[in-house]
Ligand binder design. Structure first.
Ligand code: BEZ
Ligand code: FE
Length: 286
């Protein structure tokens, strides 16, 4: 293993992993080394460019803490998160709801709420009533499904970005015996992903905008079914075709219907216009 050059160094590195007992780890590392070396042979970075690349990754790591995950943001903005999603959640069954990116604003164990409750807890905005059912792929309603919901406010901020004393615009529901769920919230708006770190710099240098189309996040968990992580996007949003994290799928876009004052679907008397979304989720058996 001497006199290595641009042609034979790849095989030499791969040979060093030949004694690895974990076959999966060995094949992942072999592939990583092959592709990384091929990338470098293609790009032919100068030494300064390579130093800059290491510096970028170092700053990305330094930006991470228990509230901020810049590496996930990098994965999201390079389309890597959605590629991993596509590899793991392919479905040709239109009864199964498609998945999309989790994002950095999920908080485990959100406050519990009941059928029809409001989760806007003091947040101003256009009233928005969301309801639907959770079904299996035979249209059978699924009761007691744990449904975590989270979203931005009408200015595009999540509660965790505002340093509030308590959670808002996020909650945990359970579907009833007919698989139903319902809640009042406020209409979310498009918003920029965090741009104050290396990922923001990368977007700026490459002329990309940081916006995501308006959406509500859902995570559905129940025994015997694959956990579903998804979002329902607002039709006609200007960013549907240029989502900064590549997360939009046609099947997840719906009209957030604008309704005039009057009786809402849950019987509430509305004095102001409000929006309404009805969506049935389909879970895949595991
Ligand atoms: C989100 O939708 O919350 C999100 C997803 C990826 C990156 C940033 C935000
Ligand atoms: Fe989001």
């Amino acid at each position: 293993m001497r006199n290595l050059n641009a042609e034979n160094i790849t095989d030499a590195v791969i040979e060093q992993f030949s004694g690895c007992k974990d076959e999966r780890l060995k094949s992942v590392l072999n592939s990583l080394v092959s592709h990384l070396h091929a990338f470098l042979r293609d790009v032919e970075p100068t030494e300064q460019e390579w130093t800059d690349a290491i510096d970028f990754l170092t700053r990305t790591g330094q930006m991470c803490d228990d509230k901020r995950q810049e590496f996930i943001l990098l994965s999201d903005t390079l389309g890597v998160t959605m590629l991993v999603d596509a590899i793991n959640h392919q479905t040709s069954n239109p009864q199964i709801t498609e998945s999309t990116v989790l994002g950095p604003f999920y908080v485990a164990d959100p406050p519990e709420a009941g059928q029809g409750d409001a989760i806007d807890w003091g947040v101003e905005g256009e009233p928005f009533f969301v309801e639907g059912r959770v079904l299996d792929d035979q249209n059978k309603p699924l009761a007691n499904v744990v449904m975590d919901v989270w979203q931005s406010d009408s200015e595009g901020f999540y509660d965790v970005q505002k340093e509030l004393d308590s959670a808002s615009l996020r909650a945990r529901f359970k579907t009833d015996e007919q698989g139903r769920f319902a809640f009042w919230t406020v209409t979310p708006s498009p918003y920029p992903i965090p741009t104050d770190g290396p990922v923001g710099k990368m977007l700026e240098l490459t002329g990309r905008h940081p916006y995501r189309p308006a959406h509500v996040h859902f995570m559905l968990i129940t025994e015997g079914y694959e956990t579903l992580v998804t979002q329902i996007f607002a039709e006609h949003d200007p960013y549907l075709d240029s989502d900064a994290v590549f997360g939009v799928k046609d099947s997840l876009v719906r009209d957030y219907q604008l309704r005039t004052p009057g009786k809402a679907p849950d019987g509430r008397d509305m004095q102001t216009p409000y929006r309404y979304l009805k969506y049935d989720f389909g879970l895949k058996a595991s």
